[in-house]
Design a protein around this ligand. Structure first.
Ligand code: ADP
Ligand code: MG
Length: 666
């Protein structure tokens, strides 16, 4: 049901909700809080020094507001809290002044300084909390408050709701789960902690069950009919090609290549994952796979998660095959219709041997002549849906995934474990560890000098900031646009510094990337768009501003952009905060070690305080904290698939929807 039909949703609210991608009543119902505040009101006498507490009191004096500067105002008044008169100070809440009528009972959240008899409040609550309250906290957009959103969600529960339950009924019975709407209601409006826990458990189980279903469905389906393609390839031809590469393969790469060769030539369909850190040489192995596939007479496709990465692969793979007759094509969303049509035609006629692209590869126009090998470069995204669509374009195609997934191996193998796996542990020879250092902003000079030094040696530098542009100057974060100005001043405009970010036109992005690749640009400032896969070997330094804003896996991916040849590379993490995470980056270059640490540092987390800082995009689930549930879901999902595959999930129409998505059937 359309969200416009909900009481209270006018054009303003509609605008906010659409910014959150919420268009239907059902979307709103499933828009769960990411965290809860547990508010317990205590008597002032029990307030401990330095601890945030909630107290209640009666407004005893008119509030007075003083303006300290343009962006800071201070309001003071007195309350009577259970007979004690206490001075209250609160900053930047002058808009509450008119609500603070003499004699009004309010709740205050903040800290009490007993000696000064002053309560420094961080917020005031006007609806009275008697003693205990669980308050949901939502991701919001400017203009929309948690309370406003709660009210709309409450209204939604009065509407007819059409919501799918993705836990098969027999499992709901087995685990005695509450029903889905009941759980949703409790997640938004928790009665008490134990009900909230039950509701969360149900939602987490469902999320992980769907995830494991998607991860395993195709494997089961193909096992029913796992007839592979018939191939004949002379091993010596493959060896010749490997010898023609400008470097020798590492032992792990050689093993992976031989795994792929055997898979491709066996009568069984290949379903293999190459797991290895960024820069370990997975793409190179994949290229050899495509070569074997080409020799046996079939087309290959390689799908990448972003356009920049797809173009990068296109350039490097074209180069890899420059001395062969292999024709490599590119298909990305931003290409002109006429260019796309040309690719479609050449592909259908079999003139393109290898097609590289983004998810544009799964669009309807794409018809291969004889697709034999489907490769998905996931980097660290779980693109469960898109990958399989592509598989369907070649009914008996062999399948290869590349993953630099930033989770510890055990977890990766649980998730991907039903595939055959080749692990690349070692990096190509001659690679040096990237020297990493955390630096405070006040010591930036040191970094600037080092940057100049690198540039003098002909090297290039990436700079990353968390924001594109801080238009209102509201945050204290560095942004790409301002950094460019700063660097230009620091370097006296003598060095070419450019910016790259997602809001730029594609043509402009390409031009910048091109100039960076050929060394015309010395310093490239960007947001995390360069995180995935960009490969410019001459880059020897990565400088990340407000490093505390990024999770370990992102930092590791970013750092992986340098250190791509035998020259010493450096990474500076600029941060004014002492975040333990950043120390881990100084300690190690090993992605699996870093991911272990990441999981450790994020900790079990109290069940309710966990904020997702990694890249695993679940609403509520956290694969470390919920690992046992994940294992159970894997088992349950496999059983469920096995029992229902043959009659095509006829009893479970909601799962047919997922399958449709997976298989891209219209
Ligand atoms: P990944 O896909 O795992 O990130 P790539 O295959 O892109 O890694 O390899 C990273 C870089 O290292 C590329 O520039 C590639 O040409 C180069 N490379 C790959 N294998 C080797 C090797 N055995 N020796 C030297 N350089 C290599
Ligand atoms: Mg085979």
């Amino acid at each position: 049901m359309d969200i416009n039909l909900v009481k209270g949703v006018g054009s303003k609210a509609f605008e906010y909700l659409s910014k959150l991608d919420l268009y239907k009543v059902e979307d709103l119902i499933l828009y769960y809080p990411y965290r809860y505040n547990f508010i317990k009101v205590i008597p002032l006498t029990e307030a401990l020094e330095d601890e945030t507490v909630t107290i209640k009191g009666i407004v005893d004096t008119e509030p007075r507001v003083s303006y300290i500067n343009k962006s800071l105002n201070k309001m003071t008044f007195r309350i009577n809290s259970g007979g004690y008169l206490v001075n209250v100070t609160i900053f930047n809440r002058n808009f509450y002044k008119n609500n603070l009528k003499l004699g009004r009972l309010i709740n205050l959240i903040g800290k009490y300084d007993r000696q000064k008899n002053t309560f420094t409040a961080s917020d005031i609550k006007f609806e009275i909390i008697r003693n205990f309250k669980i308050e949901p906290v939502y991701h919001l957009v400017k203009g929309l408050t948690s309370k406003g959103l709660s009210k709309l969600i409450d209204e939604c529960f009065n509407m007819p709701i059409d919501i799918d339950d993705f836990i098969p009924h027999y499992l709901v019975d087995k685990y005695e789960f509450m029903n889905k709407l009941q759980a949703a209601y409790n997640l938004h409006f928790p009665e008490d902690i134990s009900t909230l826990k039950k509701a969360r458990l149900r939602a987490i189980y469902e999320e992980l069950f769907i995830f494991m279903f998607k991860m395993n469905y195709l494997k089961h389906k193909y096992d029913l009919n796992n007839q592979g393609l018939n191939r004949q390839v002379e091993k010596s031809k493959v060896d010749d090609f490997i010898s023609s590469l400008p470097f020798t393969l590492t032992p792990d790469q050689l093993t992976a290549v031989s795994d792929i060769y055997n898979d491709l030539l066996s009568p069984k369909r290949m379903n293999r994952l190459i797991l290895g850190d960024v820069g370990s040489g997975k793409t190179c192995v994949a290229s050899i796979g495509m070569y074997i596939n080409y020799l046996s007479g079939y087309q290959s496709s390689l799908m990448a998660p972003t356009e920049i990465l797809a173009r990068q692969h296109y350039a490097s793979i074209t180069d890899t095959f420059k001395n062969t007759n292999i024709k490599v094509g590119l298909l990305v969303g931003s290409m002109k219709k006429s260019e796309k049509n040309k690719v479609y035609q050449e592909l259908a006629e079999g003139n393109i041997d290898i097609l590289i692209g983004t998810h544009a590869l799964i669009s309807d126009g794409v018809k291969f002549n004889n697709l034999g090998l489907v490769i998905t470069d996931e980097q660290h995204r779980f693109g469960v849906n898109q990958r399989s669509n592509l598989q369907n374009k070649g009914l008996m195609s062999d399948v290869l995934y590349l993953s630099a997934t930033p989770i510890p191996r055990t977890y990766a193998l649980t998730i991907y474990g039903d595939m055959d796996t080749s692990i690349i542990k070692t990096k190509p020879n001659g690679r040096k560890e990237i020297i990493t250092k955390v630096v405070k902003e006040k010591d930036l000079k040191e970094v600037l000098y080092h940057m100049l030094e690198e540039i003098k040696q002909g090297h290039q530098i990436y700079v990353v900031a968390p924001l594109i542009e801080d238009e209102n100057g509201e945050s204290n974060l560095n942004d790409v646009v301002k950094l460019k100005e700063k660097f230009n001043i620091a370097f006296n405009n003598s060095i070419r510094v450019e910016i790259l970010h997602g809001k730029m036109k594609n043509a402009d992005k390409d031009a910048i990337m091109e100039d960076y690749k050929n060394g015309k640009i010395k310093v490239l400032i960007s947001t995390t768009v360069i995180e995935v896969g960009v490969d410019v070997k001459n880059s020897t330094m990565m400088v990340i501003f407000n490093a505390e804003r990024f999770g370990l896996s992102t930092l590791h991916q970013l750092r992986g952009r340098v250190g791509r040849n035998s020259v010493q590379s450096y990474c500076y993490l600029i941060s004014n905060m002492d975040v333990p995470r950043l120390k881990v980056m100084e300690e190690s270059n090993d992605g699996f070690y870093i991911s272990e640490k990441d999981f450790e540092l994020r900790g079990e987390g109290d069940l309710f305080g966990t904020k997702q800082s990694g890249d695993m995009v679940f609403k509520l689930a956290d694969i470390r904290r919920d690992y046992k549930i994940l294992l159970q879901c894997k088992k349950d999902a496999n059983e469920f698939i096995t029992n229902n595959l043959v009659d095509n999930f006829n009893l479970y129409p909601e799962f047919r929807k997922i399958i449709k998505e997976l298989e891209f059937i219209d």
